[in-house]
Every structure is written in structure tokens, then in C-alpha cells.
Design a protein around this ligand. Structure first.
Ligand code: FES
Length: 73
């Protein structure tokens, strides 16, 4: 699931960075070799970084619902 359309970053990309100990969204962009563009993904990336491991599956569903609403609007 894409969380950052400007940089084509996925939830999987963010979680991989998170597993290396990153806890700030700005660090995620830097480690993945990009930078924040529009900033619309900032809150979502922060949520992923803050979530507990057991919440990951439900968060994927929530992100998919949020993305679907944005596409239809
Ligand atoms: S969606 Fe991530 S910077 Fe625009």
C-alpha cells in the first residue's frame, strides 16, 4: 500500500526503516533516498512509526479505506 505518492513509498518501506530504529518521519525520507514533497503523507508515516506490531494488520486495512476515499473524491 502506498503511503507517499510523491516518492512512491509503501507501508512496507516505512516498516523496514522502522525496524532499524528510526522514529521520525523525516528520517524515513532521508534513509529511503528522497525528501518530503507535499507533506500529505507525514501523518500516516508517523502513525506507522508509532504503531505497535500487533496493530499492523488493522492499520493496513485502515490505510486502504482512507486511500479509497481519497481516490473517489
Ligand atoms: S505524499 Fe509524501 S510527500 Fe507527497
Amino acid at each position: 500500500m502506498y503511503v507517499c505518492l510523491c516518492n512512491a513509498l509503501t507501508t512496507s518501506d516505512v516498516r523496514k526503516v522502522k525496524s532499524s530504529g528510526v522514529c521520525e518521519p523525516i528520517q524515513v525520507y532521508k534513509i529511503l533516498g528522497c525528501s518530503m514533497q507535499c507533506g500529505k503523507c507525514l501523518e500516516t508515516i508517523d502513525e506507522i512509526l508509532q504503531e505497535k506490531e500487533s496493530q499492523s494488520s488493522q492499520k493496513d486495512i485502515d490505510y486502504q479505506k482512507r486511500f479509497s476515499v481519497q481516490v473517489q473524491a
